[in-house]
Design a protein around this ligand. Structure first.
Ligand code: PLP
Length: 314
C-alpha cells in the first residue's frame, strides 16, 4: 500500500512507541498522588511538557495538554467566550471545522461572529479586513498551514496586525508542526494549537499553547489538572509519546522538507502532464501537501480508483 494521507493521521513512529511502552506496561501512579508512583508519573509528564514546549519555542508553563487539536480549539474559543462576554470572533474561511463550528455556534448565544474570506491563492490578507470589522473584532483565528491546499499563511504579519489592533490572536498550527518552523515566542501571539498524531505521535493527545496574558475560562472542569484549564487524569503514555514525537520532529524537520519538496515537484509535474490542475500552485505551501483535480473526473471516483490500485489519499 502507498499511504498518502499523512495530513489526516500519521503512523506511530517506532521510537515513539518505544518511549511509550514502559508507561503502558508497568504500574503507573496518578500524577496527582503524592507517593513514589505518582511523583514519577508527574516528573515524566513535566519532562514531556519541556520537549513539547521546546519544539515550538514556548515556555513549558504555557503548554496545556488536551485530548486533541479539536479540544484545544474548542477550549480557546469557548474559554474566551466565557471570559470575555463582549467578544467579536473572526475566523478565516479556510479554518478546520473544529474552529469554524464552535465559533459559528457562539452566534446562537448572541456573540458577534465573522467569517473572513481568503483570496484565490488561499491567502488571508489583513488588507481585506474592512476598517469597520477591524475596529469591532476582539478575537481572530487563522490557521498556520491548510490541511487541504498546504498553503502557509504569513502568521507573523497577521499577528503584528492583530496586536496593533488589540485583537486576541490564535493560530491552529496542527498541520504546520514538524513541517515548517513554528516559534510561539517570536510570533508573540495569544494562543496556538498543535496535535500529536500529525507528527508520528499517538492519537488522542494535543496541546493548547497559551500566553498567560489572556484569561481563559476552563472548558473542562474538575480536579484542576493542567493549571485548572483542563481537568481530567492525564493520559501519561500518550503525553510521553507526544513529547518524543515533538523531539523527533524538531530534529528531522529540515531534512524532511528538503526530501519531500523534491518528491512533490516530481509528482506535480507528472500530474500536470496528465492534465491535472494544482490548487494554489503559486502560493508558499507545505512540502508534503498537494491538492489537485482532473477535469470531468469526480473526486470520490478518483479516490476509489486509486484505492483499488493500493494508493490511499484523500
Ligand atoms: N486543525 C487542523 C488544521 C487539522 O488538520 C486537524 C485534523 O485534521 C485538526 C485541527 C484536528 O486535530 P485532531 O485530529 O487532533 O482533533
Amino acid at each position: 500500500m502507498i499511504y498518502l494521507d499523512n495530513n489526516a493521521t500519521t503512523a506511530l513512529h517506532p521510537e515513539v512507541l518505544k518511549a511509550m511502552l514502559p508507561f503502558l506496561s508497568a504500574q503507573q501512579g496518578n500524577p496527582a498522588s503524592n507517593h513514589t508512583f505518582g511523583r514519577s508519573a508527574h516528573t515524566a509528564i513535566e519532562e514531556a511538557r519541556e520537549k513539547v514546549a521546546a519544539s515550538v519555542n514556548a515556555h513549558p508553563s504555557q503548554v496545556i495538554f488536551t485530548s486533541s487539536g479539536t479540544e484545544s480549539n474548542n477550549t480557546i474559543i469557548n474559554g474566551i467566550a466565557k471570559a470575555y462576554p463582549e467578544s467579536h470572533f473572526g475566523f478565516s474561511s479556510i479554518e478546520h471545522p473544529c474552529i469554524s463550528e464552535p465559533i459559528k455556534s457562539l452566534a446562537h448565544q448572541g456573540f458577534k461572529v465573522s467569517e473572513i474570506p481568503v483570496d484565490s491563492n488561499g491567502i488571508f490578507n489583513v488588507s481585506d479586513v474592512s476598517d469597520e470589522m477591524k475596529q469591532s473584532l476582539t478575537f481572530l483565528s487563522v490557521m498556520m498551514a491548510n490541511n487541504e491546499t498546504g498553503v502557509i499563511q504569513n502568521i507573523a504579519e497577521i499577528a503584528d496586525w492583530a496586536r496593533d489592533n488589540k485583537i486576541q490572536f490564535h493560530t491552529d498550527a496542527v498541520q504546520a508542526l514538524g513541517k515548517i518552523k513554528v516559534d510561539f515566542e517570536a510570533l508573540d501571539i495569544d494562543a496556538m494549537t498543535i496535535s500529536s498524531h500529525k507528527i508520528y505521535g499517538p492519537q488522542g493527545i494535543a496541546a493548547l499553547i497559551i500566553n498567560k496574558k489572556i484569561d481563559l475560562f476552563p472548558y473542562m472542569q474538575g480536579g484542576g489538572q493542567e493549571k485548572g484549564l483542563r481537568s481530567g487524569t492525564e493520559n501519561i503514555a500518550a503525553i510521553i509519546g507526544f513529547g518524543k514525537a515533538c523531539e523527533r520532529s524538531s530534529q528531522n524537520r529540515v531534512i524532511f522538507s528538503e526530501k519531500i519538496d523534491l518528491l512533490k515537484s516530481t509528482l506535480e509535474k507528472n500530474l500536470v502532464d496528465l492534465g491535472a490542475i494544482i490548487f494554489c500552485e503559486k502560493s508558499h505551501r507545505l512540502s508534503n501537501t498537494t491538492f489537485f483535480s482532473f477535469k470531468n473526473i469526480d473526486g470520490s471516483t478518483l479516490l476509489t480508483a486509486l484505492d483499488r490500485k493500493r494508493i490511499c489519499h484523500r
